[in-house]
Design a protein around this ligand. Structure first.
Ligand SMILES: Nc1nc2c(ncn2[C@@H]2O[C@H](COP(=O)(O)OP(=O)(O)O)[C@@H](O)[C@H]2O)c(=O)[nH]1
Ligand SMILES: [Mg+2]
Length: 286
């Protein structure tokens, strides 16, 4: 898994290496430049550097970075079906992440069902249907412009009827107005609870990693509307902004569970603070 993290952080590492010479220890000035270049927030960078004892060695940097990340207790998934609602703006990677999570559950021997709750765009339903077919997973959908809450309800009803382990429900990232979207998202959450008490069990926010720290405000908005339980950061393979993970995690205090490492169904990494930090620090010293 460490090698996957390193591969995913390839572009971040390249940018860091262009700043940092290959030595046993690095100067505070260069470290600051490299971390800011990797899109870590200036406050975090200063906080980190203030606490680091010079010379800044690999171990010290790794320890300092790990200290920045809030720790979260892993949550056991015991509900069946485990209803997961996936949110985020258009293009963040929701539909692709649903496919990745579906594949992962399938690989673990679990039965999965998907709900095409992004009824706003015809292409979105089609895209999820293609994944469903490819992965051999049933999908519940409505016509374009149909009621996404209805899709959520039907998906959960179908999951209950089939005895599915995992129900993954897609949502739209944009409507005519922001207010519309807020009301709709709240309604979807409410309706899930009507279909099955306690659902949704996880509200997963998908953030586009290429946006770096600028995704934080977006996340706050979603959190204010529906209360996010967990985060997936996508497209980390396509950006030099890998350091933003530290700022996102600290600013939001919501667990980052997954990292997107490519466009394929297998390109999903469990976020592990130690592993991620080990991979990140490699960029400075190897
Ligand atoms: N390189 C890369 N591309 C991704 C990743 N996740 C999603 N994408 C791509 O980003 C684009 C938008 O993804 P999509 O799932 O349609 O976003 P949605 O609008 O939020 O549902 C697609 O071209 C995906 O293939 C990732 O982790 N890495
Ligand atoms: Mg989509």
């Amino acid at each position: 898994m460490l090698s996957l993290v390193r591969k995913t952080l390839g572009r971040t590492a390249e940018a860091i290496r262009s700043v940092i010479p290959r030595t046993e220890s690095i100067s505070a000035n260069l470290l600051e430049e490299a971390l800011l270049g990797a899109d870590m927030d200036i406050d975090e960078v200063e906080r980190l550097i203030d606490r680091l004892v010079e010379p800044i060695t690999r171990d010290r940097l790794e320890f300092g970075l790990l200290e920045l990340l809030p720790a979260f207790e892993p949550r056991e998934i015991s509900q069946k079906p485990f209803v997961e609602l996936v949110f985020g703006v258009n293009g963040a990677g929701k539909t692709t992440t649903i496919a990745k999570l579906a594949r992962r559950s399938k690989d673990a021997g679990k039965s999965v069902i998907m709900g095409a709750g992004d009824t706003f765009r015809a292409a979105a339903v089609e895209q999820l249907s293609i994944w469903a077919k490819r992965l051999g997973v049933p999908i519940v959908s409505a016509k374009t412009g149909g009621d996404p809450s209805g899709v959520a309800f039907d998906t959960i009803a179908s999951a209950l009827a089939r005895g599915s382990d995992h129900a993954l429900i897609d949502t739209a990232g944009r409507l005519h107005t922001h207010k519309n979207l807020s009301e709709e998202l709240k309604k979807i959450v409410r309706v899930c609870g009507k279909a099955l008490e306690g659902a949704p069990h996880r509200k997963l926010l998908v953030l586009d990693g290429t946006q770096g720290r600028s995704a934080i405000n977006q996340a706050r908005e979603f959190h204010a509307i529906i209360g996010i339980d967990a985060i997936a950061v996508t497209k980390l393979d396509g950006t030099a902004k890998g350091g933003a993970i530290y700022s996102i995690s600290r600013a939001l205090e919501i667990p980052i569970l997954f990292i997107g490492s490519g466009e394929g169904a297998e390109d999903l990494i469990d976020f592990d603070a130690r592993e991620f930090t080990a991979g990140f620090v490699d960029s400075f010293f190897e």
